[in-house]
Design a binder for this molecule. Structure first.
Ligand SMILES: [Zn+2]
Length: 333
């Protein structure tokens, strides 16, 4: 599992608060019971004194084993009396116990060293929130992807295959899935499908970062020159799935160019999947990026062309399908 540290810490904070709340609520219930029954309070004090008696027995060199048995029996009798008082007032039998939100892990987030499902769910919700905050769209489903938006039959058929490919990719997603380059004009569904893949990966417990190229590059530049930290760069290089939306809209500087190369290259070396979407066609990719970046992306990523009424993209597909076997295959994705 590769959730972000921020989501993990938030989930932990919530569990810490749950445990504190349950202790405070228990304290309140005790006060209510004792305000009604002085006897219950006295009985509880008696139990508390037991530990002092145990220590005393050890100190006085008594027969510790039999003394312990004796105190245990006394405690059970006292507890029984308290239970009777609780029932008399009509309180539930666990009135003087902590009421945990998750009985499995008692709100610690772990059961025998393994993360409890309650904590996993909390982290997943924070991951959703984080992705939603950094994207202009909410996390999408494949079900809401409509092929009707494509005017021409040829585009509908191409996009139906693309949709199927993305669904399969999401179903089979793993830490070693292939990287994808989504090309095509705005409004053709690149963001929708990448967000649907993101949702599926998050559901499986993977750490997904979804960023807009222009925003994240500004952030990295700022961090580098003003705060002297490169947290964002490290997260982008290390997360389980990186979705880089709208490559080509960032303000390019030499620092950004080399940082992008480092991130893309690191992820390829460690076989971590990346999904890049861009409005650029092949020529524009080569013109606008360092040759090392363009060749990494164009050479290693699975290319998917989004079509639909944009003459420039159609021309690009026609032009490349003649001499680029992979691209013509992609059209048949
Ligand atoms: Zn739990």
């Amino acid at each position: 599992m590769g959730y972000s540290r921020a989501s993990y810490m938030k989930a932990k904070e919530i569990l810490d608060k749950r445990r504190m709340d349950s202790e405070m609520e228990l304290e309140k219930r005790r006060k209510i019971l004792f305000s009604r029954s002085a006897e219950a309070m006295e009985l509880e004090r008696k139990i508390a004194r037991t530990s002092i008696n145990v220590a005393r027995a050890v100190y006085n060199g008594k027969d510790v084993k039999s003394e312990l048995e004796n105190l245990k029996r006394q405690n059970l009798e006292t507890q029984k009396k308290i239970d009777q008082i609780i029932t008399k007032f009509g309180f539930p039998s666990n009135y003087l116990e902590r009421w945990y939100k998750c009985a499995e892990c008692q709100d610690t987030g772990y059961v025998q060293g393994r993360m409890c499902s309650c904590m996993k769910n909390l982290i997943r919700d924070f991951e959703y929130e984080r992705i939603n905050n950094s994207s202009s769209l909410k996390l999408c489903d494949f079900d809401t992807f409509s092929l009707e938006r494509y005017e021409f039959e040829e585009d509908r058929q191409n996009m139906a295959k693309t949709l199927e490919y993305c669904k399969k990719y999401a179903d089979e997603f793993s830490i070693s899935s292939r990287s994808i380059l989504m090309m095509g004009n705005s409004g053709l569904g690149k963001t929708h499908l990448s967000l649907a893949i993101a949702k599926s990966a998050v559901d499986k417990g993977y750490g997904v970062i979804y960023v807009s190229a222009s925003i994240v590059c500004r952030k990295m530049e700022h961090e580098h020159f003003h705060e002297n930290i490169d947290d964002t760069e490290r997260s982008l290089a290390e997360c389980d799935l990186l979705i880089f939306d709208d490559l080509g809209t960032e303000f390019m500087t030499s620092y950004i160019m080399s940082t992008l190369y480092t991130i893309i290259n690191k992820r390829l070396i460690t076989s971590k999947p990346t999904i890049i979407s861009t409005n650029y066609d092949f020529d524009e990719m080569r013109e606008n990026y360092d040759q090392r970046i363009a060749s990494r992306i164009l050479g290693s990523y699975k290319r998917i062309i989004f079509t639909g009424g944009d003459i420039r993209v159609k021309q690009a597909i026609g032009g490349y399908s003649k001499n680029d076997k992979e691209t013509s295959n992609n059209k048949e994705v």
